[in-house]
Design a protein around this ligand. Structure first.
Ligand code: SF4
Ligand code: SF4
Length: 340
């Protein structure tokens, strides 16, 4: 749609103008790491972040979300979507959000996710400091970058803001931004064209080959070896921008006639994930950790490819950094499988 120019010294006043309209959730420093948080002070904004501890999906799909309150036979939805700007989302996380949009719209539309998603305006930003475990430059490359409303690209003396939806245009319409010049637009295009080259880690295999080989390794003993140090902590699931499983629980009031239903993130690496009630007890259909570990890689590299048009991994590298045993990195695991 349109391209605008924001000088470096104008970034904070741009963010301030957005904050005057609605809450802005953006990357801020937390100790030595970064998180997406609601901006209280524009000086906290850090578009030079490498990656965030949790992905921005938490804005639409919070780690714990109340679904409904019930009292006797009556249930009331807890849905209360609040408009906000999600600022500074890296391209790999935009791709992950578009995957989640698809998964939560498919068959049974998830209104609890979609309501939050629809009222948000997403402004992406290019990666200025690549995360050392990231491999986004060599995975999900066929997936179009869609789902955001605008995109900020850092150029030598400022930013080019590319607005791609009407929602984005409406948000910035009265901010008085200057149009980007042809040179500024061309510089931004050059920055984005070489973004994948700057990604530190490469996965040197085609998605189709990986999918086939991983599927064919289903019965291999390699999964026992790869997972032998797994603590079943589920951290690799919880930090992943494309994981979307959750558990639903009821919290009962003292009178046992009223209460609240909520959901919280769940992960297939935890041993309880695959435990179901059966008459007189329970059954766990992925009882050992090798089965759970294998399941995660089947999901990431094979099972969802047709539905998503790409592997269910965008190469953010968060799982690699979050795993205490350092066995969750898809690059290492896929390489071992491909070479086995
Ligand atoms: S692979 Fe690592 S992060 Fe994932 S459950 Fe096992 S120990 Fe935890
Ligand atoms: S599997 Fe790991 S690298 Fe891939 S999207 Fe999830 S957290 Fe990121």
């Amino acid at each position: 749609m349109s391209g605008y120019y924001i000088p470096s010294e104008g970034l904070q006043s741009f963010a301030q103008s957005l904050m005057a309209k609605m809450p802005v959730v953006a990357p801020v420093a937390k100790g030595k790491r970064f998180i997406f948080d609601q901006l209280g002070d524009v000086a906290e904004l850090r578009l030079d972040y490498d990656t965030t501890v949790l992905p921005p999906k938490k804005v639409f799909f919070p780690p714990k979300q109340d679904l409904l309150e019930f009292d006797e036979g009556k249930a009331t939805s807890c849905l209360d979507p609040q408009a906000k700007v999600l600022l500074g989302v890296h391209p790999y996380d935009i791709k992950a959000i578009s995957m989640t949009d698809k998964l939560f719209s498919d068959n049974y539309a998830d209104s609890n996710y979609l309501a939050n998603r629809e009222v948000a305006v997403i402004i992406g930003s290019n990666v200025q400091t690549p995360y050392e475990r990231a491999f986004y430059g060599s995975i999900a490359q066929d997936l179009e970058l869609v789902g955001h409303d605008a995109f900020l690209t850092k150029i030598s003396d400022g930013y080019v803001l590319d607005v791609v939806t009407e929602k984005g245009e409406k948000l910035i319409a009265d901010l008085g931004l200057a149009d980007a010049s042809a040179e500024q637009t061309s510089e931004a295009e050059g920055v984005n064209a070489k973004a994948d080259e700057d990604c530190p880690v490469k996965l040197p295999f085609a998605a189709g080959d990986v999918s086939e080989k991983v599927r064919n390794s289903f019965k291999s003993e390699i999964w026992d070896e790869l997972s032998k140090d797994c603590f079943s902590c589920g951290s690799c699931n919880l930090v992943c921008p494309t994981c979307y499983c959750f558990d639903v629980q009821d919290e009962w009031g003292l009178g046992a006639s009223n209460g609240k239903r909520y959901r919280r993130w769940d992960g297939c690496l935890s041993s309880e994930f695959s435990e179901v009630s059966v008459q007189g007890g329970s059954e766990n259909f992925r009882e050992n950790r090798a089965e759970r570990y294998r399941h995660r890689f089947m999901r990431k590299t094979a099972y969802l490819n047709d539905k998503l048009g790409a592997p269910a991994c965008v190469g953010c590298g968060r799982c690699a950094g979050a795993c205490t045993a350092d066995i969750a990195d898809p690059v290492n695991t896929i390489t071992r499988i491909m070479e086995s």
